[in-house]
Ligand binder design. Structure first.
Ligand SMILES: Cc1cc2nc3c(=O)[nH]c(=O)nc-3n(C[C@H](O)[C@H](O)[C@H](O)COP(=O)(O)OP(=O)(O)OC[C@H]3O[C@@H](n4cnc5c(N)ncnc54)[C@H](O)[C@@H]3O)c2cc1C
Length: 460
């Protein structure tokens, strides 16, 4: 069979790959997206499934608003799926053994601190902000205040992303203020609320899939790319796996699909499954190797119930130190506006490469044991601090996965990974923590897709 040919082949049908495919088909490119999972898993880490009538998200609960994903929908003539969340940024914090109102904590010195730096971020240019890429938030804060309340707040609480995630204290200050500036610029306020999508997070992929297919783009699911084909420093296409293994050790047959531009939209830690380090320039490969294990993981524990009394719905909760886990975690509960009898209460814990080896490598048996212990201990924390939520739940859902890459100094500073793969003409890497992704999560994927589209269109 003759090889097929496309203008652009994109490996990976997560939000990064779909965003870019939608933008490029709009520009008239012949695009093929190859995704190793089934069609119901398009959206990748942002996909969702079902428990009864409830949409269960793979990971994401709330999109971190920054305006960029909205810009992509606008460009391709689609609209953002409906927000179903009734949720506010106020809430309560469990600190030193007692509950306190977030609003009370935020008053006084903390409010003053926020005001000064949020106002400052408005007038700083992006170039000025970039100078803080190599400065951790912890250093930024402690160099400017000795108020313990302010320092604790930054160490344990997530004010940055609409209040859903606790920030590790070594997050890059440059990325923090980039996000602040971007949100103020595009949305008018900070902190913006997160966005809970009707039908689950997976619904955000729907308009992109529609846009790609309406304009003649092709999405092939259940198709795994075996490797990117590179000859003499130039991309030639990809090889895909074909056929079924009859015995586990059998090698797949492969088939070539040709394209002058190939985009890897797999997560950075999966890149060396499809690319050989030898094809890239040595420093670029080295930097990728360094980065690809630096994940920030999210553990979530979600309970479905129908009792409004189980939760005070005025806002999320932060726990500075769980009584059994000894860890910080946070929680929020949603009353879905499309079904007011359904509540979903979700708890988050972040773990990262800095605590290896305990929870970091999921594939190893000892770490699975550690992970299960974390979930069991965490449930005991919840039973102590939120009586009834565990006992009265109709269903429970545990999830764990790499949410993003993170390290201090933020890699966007000294050694940015460019979207254009150094050493290979026509190869682009998109995904978190390339130089264009300064915002975490789905909005980071959107930023990178916009920049990659610009670079690819500039070639022609
Ligand atoms: C538990 C958890 C919680 C999170 N919470 C939030 C949140 O609240 N808000 C937020 O904005 N973000 C959140 N995120 C992060 C967000 O999910 C990701 O940043 C975003 O979805 C990444 O998109 P991506 O397209 O870059 O990567 P992915 O979604 O990982 O897409 C990569 C795709 O490539 C495919 N693939 C891999 N190898 C191959 C191959 N060889 N051939 C073909 N296909 C291949 C994979 O199957 C996958 O579909 C969370 C993530 C997790 C795991």
């Amino acid at each position: 069979m003759a090889n097929e040919t496309f203008d652009v082949v994109i490996v990976g049908g997560g939000m990064g790959g779909l965003n870019l495919a939608a933008l490029l088909t709009k520009e008239g490119k012949r695009v093929l997206v190859l995704e190793k999972s089934g069609r119901d898993r398009l959206g990748g880490r942002a996909a969702s499934g079902k428990i009864g009538n409830a949409a269960i998200d793979n990971g994401i609960k709330g999109l971190i608003l920054a305006g960029t994903q909205d810009e992509i929908y606008r460009r391709i003539g689609k609209t953002m799926p409906e927000n179903v969340c009734r949720w506010t940024n106020s809430g309560q914090v469990h600190m030193n053994g007692e509950w306190r109102k977030l609003d009370d904590i935020v008053r006084g010195s903390l409010a003053e601190f926020f005001k000064v730096y949020v106002d400052t971020a408005k007038v700083w240019s992006y170039e000025e902000i970039e100078k803080l890429d190599d400065v951790s938030v912890a250093r930024f804060v402690t160099e400017r205040t000795d108020d313990q309340g302010v320092i604790d707040f930054f160490r344990y609480l997530g004010w940055l992303f609409g209040g859903t995630l606790s920030i590790p204290h070594d997050y890059s200050a440059g990325m923090l203020f980039y996000s602040v500036k971007k949100q103020i610029e595009t949305l008018g306020t900070f902190p913006s609320q997160s966005y809970w999508v009707k039908g689950g997070s997976g619904a955000i992929a729907g308009p992109l899939i529609e846009a790609i297919e309406e304009r003649g783009g092709e999405i092939r699911t259940n198709t795994s790319v075996s490797h990117v084909v590179i000859e003499n420093g130039r991309v030639r296409g990809v090889e895909i796996e074909e056929g079924e293994r009859r015995v586990p050790t059998e090698r797949f047959d492969t088939r070539m699909i040709e394209a002058p531009v190939v985009v890897s939209a797999v997560a950075i830690w999966d890149i060396f499954n499809i690319l050989s380090e030898d094809d890239l320039s040595p420093w670029y490969a080295d930097r990728l190797r360094h980065l690809h294990r630096k994940t920030l993981n999210d553990a979530t524990l979600t309970y479905g119930h129908d009792d409004p009394e189980l939760w005070d719905h005025s806002g999320p909760r932060w726990v500075q130190e769980g009584p059994v886990t000894g860890r910080p975690w946070c929680a929020s509960s949603l009353e879905f506006s499309d079904d007011s009898n359904q509540y979903e209460t979700t708890f988050w814990i972040q773990t990262g490469w800095w605590e290896k080896p305990s929870l970091f490598q999921m594939r190893e048996a000892s770490h699975k044991i550690a992970l299960n212990k974390l979930f069991d201990d965490w449930e005991k924390d919840i039973q102590q601090l939120f009586p009834g939520v565990v006992e009265k739940a109709h269903w429970r859902h545990r999830s764990f996965g790499p949410a993003t890459l993170i390290e201090t100094p933020g890699n966007v500073g000294r050694n940015p990974i460019d979207i254009r793969a150094e050493g290979v003409e026509g190869l682009y890497l998109i995904g978190e923590r390339t130089s264009a992704a300064k915002i975490m999560g789905v909005y980071g994927s959107a930023q990178v897709a916009l920049e990659a589209c610009r670079l690819i269109m500039d070639r022609s």
